[in-house]
Design a protein around this ligand. Structure first.
Ligand SMILES: Nc1ncnc2c1ncn2[C@@H]1O[C@H](COP(=O)(O)OP(=O)(O)OP(=O)(O)O)[C@@H](O)[C@H]1O
Length: 824
């Protein structure tokens, strides 16, 4: 066949498959509507068809069976309807783009070459015998992602199948029309990838199903590791691969795992909205998404409010001049470290021996059960029992004590008083209750009357007295109501003073050492102690204390677990501490973990290196159950941007750029006049817009700088500018000012680093912040500085960028130049 014949053939096949799809749709539509109507009808007439007659046991039994039968029919219809709707949706999804790839595979020992067309779901011919389209998650489809032409094999549940790939073809199909096709030889056609990557940024992430790369496919299909760690360069497709992996696992384990048994921890709520369309695009339901902070807030309850990690970050970046800053930084570092985790484990032992602090139970200004009584009771339990078991015993004891006290209080004066405040409803309740008991009373009365046969019945003796019963019930209600909160507090372990238990760790160095089996304290310990206790006294927790606090709480009360969750995904995994991983492991004991991150973007102080030999992550489930995959190829940015950004990172030379070309990054020195600086940015934004770039981010180091930049740029007349803050929930296209730590994980057509001067990014710590900011750019990257460039920019080879030093007149020249317009 000539090439044009080949194309014609593919066009005809496409038309044929689309026709089959259309026919199926035409068949399904009336059925879908019909079944829905039938189910609705049955539901409506459900009770009409059932006559309930309970006069005899047989009648009752009959009614029971009719109801059962009706509800079974209804459930079946509804299940049938759901299945049809699923099929209908899947055919609908396939119609505009039935498949994106084809692979011709000849199995060893079989004289037949199968043409395998791959799309987002499977579709067979009318007889159900031939696959017109294979779901991309079927075993045979992995050939498409893993092999170029030549010998190839793939894994099936029945074992490995060997053979050879004779053709690998990619299609560009839009609205059912074949726009292009490429035969790929080596890797999956760079042509299609080029095409996909050259497109503009979106306000929502896209699925990469048609162009998944081999190393990404390994992540997606790994189904053995308990812990899968992915260390991948910026833009290497970690998040994309993670979402494809979710879709794969939901497909592979569709009988046993549902979407609500998977959780994804994402860096912030805005990121959650950014990725929320990928799974529905692949025909799967979204899984649960949360941030670690949401978990902390939930478990800590309302008693203590933990600081937001973004506020912690803002403090670290902006509070350098404040008293106690160095101590706080040391505290953040130490409280996230494995050393502190170890210290807390030892503290747990000590607590079990002597350290628990109890809170007495008070009631109406009386100490019902004192903390000393609790302590005495607690120490009567066998020390061989675990701490949570002994606390449970104490809880049981307290509930019993409360029950006895409740009984004793029935005739206390305060109850008498409370009775006066009861309203009509309370009396009515009691009356109803007594009325229900009436037959019993009547029998009792008759009995009493018979006993006194012949005698005048004496109602005061032996007979039931309603009034007395009523008062007793009312009293009981009053006391019960008053004791309810006490019981609830006991059930919620409020009799342990966790806050005091955590606080006693931070008394002084000697006490700390004694209680943690000699842990070595970090520098500034006294100040760290003071700061921690200050916060606790305001019922607040530093972010770095939140997870350790929960950890201590659980040492005492026992671990909270969620056994429903089967897969946990942690994106931006470098930003979690050893502590947080330990916590996640405990919380989800039946789950497999996938952690994706990039140590090059580790901008939080509690960062964890994912790929290091001594990484706490490897230790979590042990080396045998852990697999590490590295992604080195970056897909997001142009070659010029990747070459520029990777040179900022030590070891960055191993990052591989994808061959997509555009301008070199631009370095613009704006001079010391602030308004001129902003004018340059405004002018560049206009030009980028004119070139057709729709998503442009002006990235600052901090939220405070974002606010300032936003105001200044607006003053320069920049219109439709958005300010992104930690409260922003939705990610939209357009031009925005955003602090770097909120831009994590997302991407823009063009990135303008608002101020890349030495004053902003001068310390070693700033290197990764600047790297993270620059790597958000897909097509264009501009950096601005008034005077001196950041040392991380200065260190770059000059052939990696273009320098601009043109002049630019501020747009709003009306305001005269003030001294504050000049840089310090
Ligand atoms: N195989 C692929 N085919 C097409 N596009 C891809 C592929 N892999 C990644 N991309 C694209 O590259 C960009 C970066 O992907 P993604 O955000 O998943 O990377 P990441 O490693 O999570 O990045 P970062 O760590 O910098 O946030 C996205 O636009 C994504 O669509």
């Amino acid at each position: 066949m000539t090439e044009t014949n080949e194309r014609r053939w593919e066009k005809e096949r496409l038309a044929h498959v689309r026709q089959e799809l259309q026919d199926r749709l035409d068949e399904l539509e009336p059925q879908v509507a019909g079944l829905a109507e039938q189910a609705a009808d049955i539901r409506k007439r459900f009770w009409e068809e059932v006559t309930i007659n309970t006069s005899s046991y047989t009648d009752f039994e009959e009614a029971f069976y009719t109801i059962n039968q009706q509800s079974r029919v209804l459930a079946e219809r509804e299940r049938g309807h759901q299945l049809l709707v699923q099929q209908w949706k899947s055919v609908n999804r396939l119609l505009p783009l039935p498949y994106f790839g084809r692979i011709d595979f000849k199995e060893k020992g079989i004289n037949f070459t199968e043409q395998v067309y791959i799309g987002v779901s499977s579709f067979t011919d009318r007889e159900g015998l031939n696959f017109l389209i294979y779901d991309w998650r079927t075993p045979i489809a992995s050939l498409y992602y893993d092999h170029a032409s030549g010998p190839a094999d793939y894994e099936t549940p029945m074992g490995r199948i060997e053979g050879s790939v004779e053709l690998k073809r990619q299609f560009q199909i839009q609205d059912g029309q074949l726009l292009g096709m490429f035969d790929a030889s080596e890797t999956i056609g760079d042509a299609l990838l080029q095409e996909v990557l050259s497109k503009g940024a979106n306000s929502q992430m896209k699925s990469i199903v048609a162009t998944i790369q081999k190393e990404q496919n390994a992540i997606i299909r790994d189904d053995r590791s308990r812990m899968l760690i992915v260390q991948g360069a910026a833009g290497s497709g970690k998040t994309s691969a993670a979402l494809q992996r979710v879709a794969y696992l939901l497909y592979k384990h569709r009988q046993s795992v549902k979407a609500d048994q998977m959780v994804l921890f994402s860096p912030n709520p805005m990121f959650g909205s950014y990725i929320s369309t990928v799974l529905p695009e692949l025909g799967e339901e979204n899984i649960q998404q949360t941030t670690f902070q949401e978990y902390l807030n939930y478990w800590l309850g309302s008693s203590l409010s933990p600081e937001d990690p973004l506020d912690q970050m803002e403090y670290v970046l902006t509070a350098g001049e404040e008293a106690g800053y160095s101590a706080r930084l040391e505290g953040i570092r130490y409280k996230a470290s494995p050393a502190f985790l170890e210290a807390l484990k030892n503290y747990g032992e000590w607590l079990g021996r002597e350290g628990i602090k109890f809170v007495g139970i008070r009631f109406r200004d009386r100490e019902f059960i004192t903390s000393a009584q609790m302590k005495a009771q607690f120490s009567s339990y066998d020390v061989k029992l675990s701490l949570p078991s002994r606390i449970l015993l104490l809880q049981e004891w307290l509930l019993k004590e409360l029950a006895q006290l409740e009984q004793k209080e029935l005739y206390a004066d305060w109850v008498e008083e409370e009775l006066n405040y009861l309203d009509v409803d309370d009396y009515a309740d009691v009356y109803r209750k007594l009325h229900k008991e009436k037959p019993v009373f009547e029998v009792a009365e008759q009995y009493a009357a018979r006993e006194n046969m012949g005698k005048r019945p004496d109602l005061d003796e032996g007979a039931f007295d309603f009034l007395e019963r009523e008062e007793q019930l009312l009293r009981r209600n009053v006391v019960k109501q008053m004791f309810k909160p006490l019981r609830q507090r006991v059930r919620k372990f409020k009799f342990v003073n966790v806050q005091a238990v955590y606080e006693q760790l931070f008394v002084d160095e000697d006490a700390y050492k004694e209680r943690t089996n000699g842990a070595v304290v970090p520098p500034y310990w006294d100040e760290i102690c003071r700061q921690t206790i200050d916060m606790l006294h305001q019922n607040k927790l530093f972010h770095e204390d939140a997870t350790p606090y929960l950890y201590v709480k659980e040492i005492i009360e026992g671990v909270r677990i969620n056994t429903d969750i089967r897969y946990v995904f942690v994106d931006e995994g470098q930003d979690y501490s050893a502590f947080q991983y330990e916590y996640i492991k405990k919380l989800f004991p039946r789950a497999r973990l996938t952690v994706l991150g990039d140590f090059g973007q580790a901008i939080y102080m509690q960062a964890t290196e994912l790929a290091a030999a001594d990484s706490p992550l490897t230790g979590l489930y042990g080396e045998k159950e852990t697999r590490l995959i590295r992604l080195l190829q970056s897909y997001r940015s142009t070659r010029e941007i990747v070459e520029f950004t990777r040179a900022m990172l030590p070891g960055g030379e191993e990052i591989v750029a994808f061959d997509r070309r555009d301008q070199k990054p631009q370095l613009i020195q704006t001079g010391i006049v602030e308004s001129q600086h902003d004018a340059f940015i405004c002018k560049d934004v206009d030009e980028l817009h004119a070139e057709g770039f729709q998503s442009i981010a002006i990235i600052t180091k901090t939220a405070a700088e974002s606010r300032k930049a936003y105001e200044r740029l607006q003053a320069q007349g920049m219109e439709k500018l958005k300010l992104i803050t930690k409260e922003t929930e939705q990610f939209e296209k357009g031009c925005m000012v955003i602090p770097v730590y909120l831009a994590k994980g997302v991407e823009f057509d063009a990135v303008l680093v608002y101020d890349a001067s030495a004053g902003q990014y001068g310390e070693e710590y700033d290197r990764k912040l600047l790297y993270t900011a620059c790597t958000r750019a897909m097509h264009r990257l501009h950096l601005y500085a008034k005077q001196h460039w950041s040392p991380f920019v200065q260190a770059l080879s000059q052939d990696l960028y273009e320098k601009r030093e043109e002049t630019c007149v501020p747009r709003k020249t009306a305001a005269p130049l003030h001294l504050h317009d000049l840089e310090d």
